[in-house]
Write a protein that binds this ligand. Structure first.
Ligand code: GTQ
Length: 328
């Protein structure tokens, strides 16, 4: 029965079913059935381009402020849950993002975890984040880092304060590297905690630096004027998250651009029309948008605009996986 043998050898024979069952029982699997999915021609993000109008997200967050205290919640956050990743509490395939609210007189108690966090202040001032006992006071546009395993708590100011949280939660989860400790609510650092380095960038200074860049350099036709937040040694401000601040001159229309890293962005100033993966969005001040990885992005600044964004580009770079493509 040579014919039957060759049908089996080509993977189409009726006998294959039994063979696959025997493989499964032996905790083995045939690569040839899934090679294309295992090593795809190019990435296909599950995250969808998505836009959150700030006013609407804010309304839901303020309702949480009436329903639960910061202390009860531990962190009073509405998560930017990408519709392409149902139930996943993820903004992109690899990033977590949320909007956090702290009311006057409240404290969100100290804890620490192996996930790194960044904060970008959306609204209100006078609240603080304490990182290993050192307080950073918040004003709109400020950028603050909470490095992995540093103790952090948040305290309210004279008015409600809202900020954007960005964390590497999905990545750390995938790596099974999540650890967490809790401490009582006190602005204290444990005696053996490490002294912290620079961890806050006030908007006053970053905005000035951005305008200085724009005044002295030609605009990148794909990306606009882009600054990244750095450590003193020139590396990204955080090992897993890559935060940037972008200025788009009035009337600027970018050429199509895509990079491997998905991003979460918020418009700090101005008005922007974005086309992401062929879908059009209008961004007003403080609106938020997901730019999935490997998806064409085109931006048009209806007025001079400033955009804050973060991705996990440092991870792709460190692993030799980072790519970009600049369209015509
Ligand atoms: O502020 O420590 O959005 O631990 C998610 C997890 C914020 C925080 C989040 C957190 C925090």
């Amino acid at each position: 029965m040579a014919g039957a043998d060759s049908a089996e050898a080509s993977g189409t024979g009726a006998g294959m079913t039994g063979y696959y069952q025997r493989l499964e029982q032996a905790a083995l699997a045939p690569l040839w059935e899934s090679l294309a999915a295992l090593a795809p021609r190019e990435p296909a993000p599950r995250a969808r381009p998505h836009h959150w109008a700030y006013g609407e997200a804010r309304r839901h967050l303020l309702e949480a402020g009436r329903r639960i205290t910061a202390e009860e919640a531990e962190r009073r956050v509405v998560v930017l849950a990408n519709p392409g990743l149902p139930g996943a509490l993820q903004a992109t395939d690899t990033l977590y993002a949320g909007l956090q609210l702290i009311l006057p007189g409240e404290v969100a108690p100290a804890h620490r975890h192996s996930q790194s966090a960044l904060r970008f202040v959306m609204e209100g001032q006078g609240a603080y984040t304490a990182v290993d006992g050192e307080r950073a006071w918040m004003s709109p546009g400020d950028f603050i880092v909470t490095p992995a395993m540093t103790w952090h708590e948040h305290g309210g100011g004279q008015e409600p304060v809202i900020w954007l949280d960005g964390l590497d939660v999905p990545l750390v989860g995938f790596l099974r590297a999540g650890f967490r400790d809790e401490l009582g609510a006190a602005a204290l650092a444990p005696i053996d905690s490490k002294g912290s380095r620079a961890f806050a960038w006030p908007y006053e200074r970053t905005r000035e630096a951005l305008h200085a860049l724009a005044a002295s350099h030609d605009v990148d036709p794909w990306r606009g004027h882009v600054l990244r937040y750095l450590r003193p040694d020139g590396g990204w401000a955080m090992p897993t998250l890559g935060p940037t601040l972008t200025l788009l001159p009035n009337g600027f229309r970018s050429r199509p651009y895509r990079s491997i890293d998905g991003a979460v962005a918020t418009l700090v100033e101005g008005r922007v029309r974005a086309v992401v993966g062929g879908e059009a969005f209008e961004l007003g001040p403080r609106d938020l948008i997901v730019l999935p990885g490997w998806t064409d992005v085109e931006l048009e600044a209806v007025e001079e605009s400033v955009l804050f964004a973060f991705s996990d580009r440092p991870v792709y770079e460190a692993l030799g996986l980072w790519r970009e493509e600049r369209g015509a």
